[in-house]
Design a protein around this ligand. Structure first.
Ligand SMILES: C[S@@+](CC[C@H](N)C(=O)[O-])C[C@H]1O[C@@H](n2cnc3c(N)ncnc32)[C@H](O)[C@@H]1O
Length: 209
């Protein structure tokens, strides 16, 4: 991997490690406490899921990747590194303007900004208007709106395309919401879905009709 990209990923992984203890404490009090302090945390997918997202992008030859919840750009970097090879682009949604600033800075340092369109607004407003087809979608924003935004994205996912959702198994505080998400996507038209215990648990939903 390009040294500039590796350096940014390493720096963000170090930052994330430092955030884990405080996050665990907040999570043990309840999801609301993490949400209130969310602006301070990366809340990233972690290196294993990051690598998987990169591989999926390459394997699908993904040209249109949609990321719902970009934060400071950790997962965005993994996607962007892959779309450089597929000739595609990443459209990332992030509503927190301070995080958008950090994401832009991280992508610039890594030399990947030109492969990413950053939309600093509520994803649902745009998902409605977007035409697709989407090759790959990451859902990684607030857990109570996963189902809503899955339903907006799913009709635009191409045959063979994939939706990945993070935080399916961890934290415990949002587990019930994630069970509802799993049940919902397993019934989606044309979907085959399974849970992978990688990172904080991901749901992989592929369009097979
Ligand atoms: C779990 S973090 C994303 C982590 C990121 N995928 C990574 O790996 O670094 C969730 C992010 O979703 C953002 N968010 C929440 N609701 C949103 C919405 N409706 N539209 C866009 N972004 C949203 C939050 O501001 C937060 O930064």
């Amino acid at each position: 991997m390009d040294a500039r990209i590796a350096a940014v990923l390493n720096r963000l992984e170090e930052r994330s490690k430092h955030e884990q203890q405080e996050l665990a404490e907040l999570n043990s009090k309840g999801a609301r406490f993490v949400r209130e302090a969310a602006g301070r945390f990366m809340l990233d997918v972690g290196p294993d899921v990051g690598r998987l997202l990169n591989s999926l992008t390459r394997s699908l030859g993904a040209r249109q990747v949609v990321e719902i919840g970009g934060s400071t750009g950790y997962s965005t970097l993994w996607f962007a590194e892959a779309v450089r090879s597929t000739g595609g682009r990443v459209i990332t949604f992030e509503i927190d303007t301070e995080k958008v600033k950090q994401m832009r800075q991280n992508l610039t340092e890594a030399g990947l900004l030109e492969h990413v369109e950053i939309i600093a607004e509520d994803a649902s407003l745009h998902l409605l208007k977007m035409t697709g087809p989407f090759d790959l979608v990451l859902i990684d924003h607030w857990k109570d709106i996963y189902v809503r935004d899955f339903d907006l994205a799913w009709p635009k996912v191409r045959r063979g395309g994939i939706v990945v959702a993070d935080n399916i198994l961890i934290p415990e505080a949002t587990r019930e919401q994630m069970k509802a998400y799993q049940a919902h996507v397993q019934k989606a038209p044309g979907a085959r879905s399974f849970t992978l215990p990688l990172g904080q648990g991901i749901e992989i939903t592929q369009r097979i009709d």
